[in-house]
Design a protein around this ligand. Structure first.
Ligand code: SF4
Ligand code: SF4
Length: 186
């Protein structure tokens, strides 16, 4: 009987082999000999792909106003139904509506990016933030202030739809999809 057949018939051989692999990783990691996948978080941060979709960003116009027009397309397309918008009439005669309330329940969100795809005015983007530990469930429902003004954004959340000519690369949160949009609209 070949070793492969014997191995498939005997649980004991499989267990010994598995323990051997685990043991070799243990010894390598103990003496720092292998490529350890563990990183010293939070001092060290993992580098995620540019395509990573983290916590959403609401963009703004150059005058600081929210870029969202309360069209509801993102909320309509959201498969998790976790976007809550209350539209209000704007005092600005050039703007029809704005969101008086724009909330996302991050615990229900599946980070699919459909909201970003659906938005006609680049008012919502998938951001890069992935650190969202909180103690209370209610803190995962985030509103306009967090989505638009959190310090991590460093003000780089200007909408490419509004005042395109004034947008420079440093205003822009890196996103290959949005870069394509920006080039197409330039
Ligand atoms: S990423 Fe997907 S699930 Fe999350 S808010 Fe957007 S559309 Fe909804
Ligand atoms: S974020 Fe975009 S899609 Fe959603 S309501 Fe605002 S303008 Fe419409």
């Amino acid at each position: 009987m070949s070793f492969g057949k014997l191995e498939s018939k005997s649980y004991l051989l499989g267990i010994i082999k598995g323990l051997g692999i685990t043991g070799s990783h243990f010894v390598k990691n103990l003496f720092g000999l292998g490529d350890r996948p563990t990183i010293q978080y939070p001092e060290e941060k993992r580098k995620y792909s540019d395509k990573f979709m983290g916590v959403h960003v609401l963009t703004k116009k150059h005058n600081g106003e929210i870029a969202c027009t309360s069209c509801m397309l993102c909320a309509t397309n959201c498969p998790a139904e976790c976007i809550h918008i209350v539209a209000a009439e704007s005092a600005n005669p050039k703007v029809e509506k704005y969101p008086a309330v724009y909330e996302i329940d991050l615990l229900r969100c599946v980070f699919c990016g459909f909201c970003e795809e659906a938005c006609p005015v680049d008012a919502i983007r998938m951001g890069r933030d992935y650190e969202m530990a909180e103690l209370a469930e209610r803190n995962f429902v985030v509103g306009i202030d967090y989505l638009m003004n959190r310090p991590q954004l460093k003000g780089r959340n200007l909408s490419v739809f509004h005042e395109m000519d004034k947008i420079v690369k440093s205003d822009f949160i890196e996103s290959p999809k949005l870069e394509q949009k920006r080039v197409a609209n330039a």
